[in-house]
Ligand binder design. Structure first.
Ligand SMILES: Nc1ncnc2c1ncn2[C@@H]1O[C@H](COP(=O)(O)OP(=O)(O)O)[C@@H](O)[C@H]1O
Ligand SMILES: [Mg+2]
Length: 577
């Protein structure tokens, strides 16, 4: 396990260190028990000394209780240490992810991050617990048992000394053989998780498209791959137990032979032989334990790597120490902006974009899907950084602001927007957690959401569930607009945010913007000409480039794409809804 991860043990270090200490104490007591038994047999029974037998018997019980106490204590401490370690790790990853930019998240994918926060952490937690509990136990047990055996019979100790590396080697060989299969199993788990997550997230879509059979088949396939791989791995590991048993019987047989001769020669006693056999059993089962832990650690290794990857990821965006916290106004300037999602040298999604927007203007953006409308506006609140050139807000490069200050002033309603589980009040207050009820209601009126909210029995206390599945698409969009308005931003960006709203309501929203927030720059991405027609400036995007800029009137004269869209929507009289 990497040092980096172990740093997350933090306040549980005490427990993590005490666990092996208690394990050692337990083993110390356990090792003495066979010795006592030998004395009971060789002294007590041989001489028919009943009081001696009772005395040692009581001592034996006492030691068993003490061993039990140490064992329970180490178990408790180990559980706290490993669960605490896992808690801290989860916390660290979660906090790290909060600092991720959109680019960082693209790098891992959402389900990749979820698996890391769940399955991978559980693997590491298990390995950590086994390590501090069992790995400490085995070596101490083996060494002490060997020492005890030596004091009784040198030849038998020698025989065990030879057996240990042989059996250990064989068991490790088995573990190594099974290891790649286990790794494969966990890789397949990722695929399995991904399928489940995607399917459950999109359960409604799956039903709507009657794709349940197809999804079942897909799941069945992956599930049976996992089954096969697991069987393969377990079939190899299954050799452990019989090999161990066989070795044990052989060892006991040899010990009885050696011991029997010694007893006949009177250099050893019967009780001593019994205790030596117990030591042998303890040594061999400790070996078995080590290989078991070894497999667990190997399994966790892959998880460790995946977790370290997240912890090592450098957040792409960090505030400069002298970052600006004031945004002067809603001016926006793009100067020779190139942008690629894969960084320098990658496929350019935006090519040499130049754009100047004055504070308070209403700007429409239209263009086909994939023409980079969303990409263009995401550069303004710095959801992504430009690859070349610069984006300025209020005359200052966006990279010179603190992220919080910038994003407080540039409010975006993303195309793929979501609401959270909670009341309407709570959801809209994402924009400003200190806003009063009246303030929330005001922005909801602005976004034309108030009327439908009043129709809900619980009104503003209505609970939103599952990202907004219990409100219609158009209602969700209006709530998201209200949330963005609550920030009182200097720039408001709507990325296709009224697509599910009827044209009349759409017009009312724009009218409210014009009257109520005249100083805010408004950028409206839309498919409908009617949504942008009355804008001060319309940008026509095509293939990552600005194809034309102007008012609707100007573009009708100069821009072929705009004219085509206009004619298909307006001239035919049909609003494409
Ligand atoms: N997160 C992303 N990672 C990589 N490529 C992306 C990402 N988002 C969008 N793209 C690509 O960038 C281009 C422009 O996409 P987008 O700005 O979403 O277009 P629009 O909003 O006009 O439909 C498309 O080719 C799309 O595949
Ligand atoms: Mg888009």
């Amino acid at each position: 396990m990497s040092k980096k991860l172990l740093r997350s043990v933090r306040e549980y270090k005490r427990q993590a260190i005490l666990t092996p200490v208690f394990v050692a104490l337990e083993v110390l007591v356990e090792v003495l028990i066979p010795l006592l038994m030998a004395n009971i047999i060789d002294v007590g029974i041989a001489q028919g000394d009943m009081p001696y037998i009772i005395k040692l018997g009581l001592l034996l019980i006492l030691m068993a209780v003490v061993a039990l106490f140490f064992g329970a204590k180490s178990g408790q401490l180990g559980a706290v240490a490993s669960a605490g370690f896992a808690k801290n790790l989860r916390h660290d990853i979660f906090y790290k992810v909060q600092d991720f930019s959109f680019g960082n998240i693209d790098h891992f994918s959402t389900s990749g991050l979820v698996t890391r926060l769940t399955t991978d952490i559980t693997n590491v937690q298990m390995a950590f617990m086994f390590t501090i509990r069992l790995l400490a136990r085995a070596p101490i047990m083996i060494v002490l048992s060997l020492v005890m055996t030596m004091t009784i019979s040198m030849p038998i100790a020698l025989m065990l000394l030879i057996t240990i590396p042989i059996l250990g080697g064989v068991l490790l060989y088995i573990a190594k053989k099974a290891h790649p299969h286990f790794i494969q199993v966990f890789d397949e788990y990722d695929v399995l998780n991904n399928t489940v997550q995607e399917n459950v997230n999109a359960a409604r879509v799956v039903k709507a498209y009657v794709r349940a059979d197809h999804e079942n088949e897909k799941f069945g396939k992956i599930s049976s791959i996992v089954f096969k791989l697991f069987t393969k791995a377990e079939r190899i590991v299954a050799w452990n137990s019989p090999i161990m048993q066989f070795t044990l019987y052989v060892v006991i047989l040899v010990m009885v032979l050696i011991g029997g001769e010694s007893i006949i020669n009177e250099t050893m006693q019967t009780g001593e032989l019994t205790s030596v056999i117990v030591y042998a059993i303890q040594i061999l089962s400790s070996l078995m334990m080590v290989t078991f832990v070894f497999v667990q650690i190997m399994i966790a290794e892959a998880s460790t790597d995946r977790i370290t990857e997240v912890l090592d990821e450098v957040p792409e965006m960090a505030d400069a120490s002298n970052a600006r916290t004031e945004v002067a106004n809603g001016d926006i300037d793009f100067e020779h902006v190139d942008f690629s999602y894969s960084g320098e040298g990658g496929n350019l999604s935006l090519k040499d974009v130049n754009l100047h927007i004055k504070s308070g203007q209403i700007v429409g953006v239209i263009g086909g899907t994939g023409s980079a409308k969303s990409t263009l506006v995401q550069l303004i609140p710095r959801l992504y950084d430009v690859t070349k050139g610069s984006v300025k807000v209020g005359g200052v490069d966006v990279r010179d602001y603190s992220l919080k200050a910038l994003r407080d002033q540039v409010s975006v309603v993303l195309q793929k927007n979501v609401l959270f589980t909670g009341s309407i009040y709570e959801n809209v207050r994402w924009g400003d957690e200190n806003a009063s009820d009246a303030e929330v209601q005001r922005v909801c009126k602005l976004a034309q959401a108030d009327s439908f909210i009043q129709d809900f029995p619980a009104k503003y206390e209505t609970m939103i569930v599952e990202g907004g599945n219990n409100v219609s698409g158009g209602q969700k969009q209006r709530l998201c607009i209200a949330r963005a308005l609550l920030k009182k931003p200097k720039i408001l960006i709507l990325d296709d945010s009224t697509s599910a709203v009827d044209t009349k309501t759409d017009a009312l929203i724009r009218q409210a913007f014009r009257e109520e927030i005249p100083d805010t720059t408004k950028i409206i991405i839309a498919q409908r000409i009617s949504s942008v027609e009355d804008a001060d400036m319309i940008i026509v995007m095509e293939n990552g480039e600005i194809n034309g800029i102007g008012t609707s009137e100007e573009l009708l004269k100069t821009n072929a794409i705009y004219r085509e869209v206009y004619e298909s929507q307006v001239k035919g009289g049909a609003d494409n809804e």
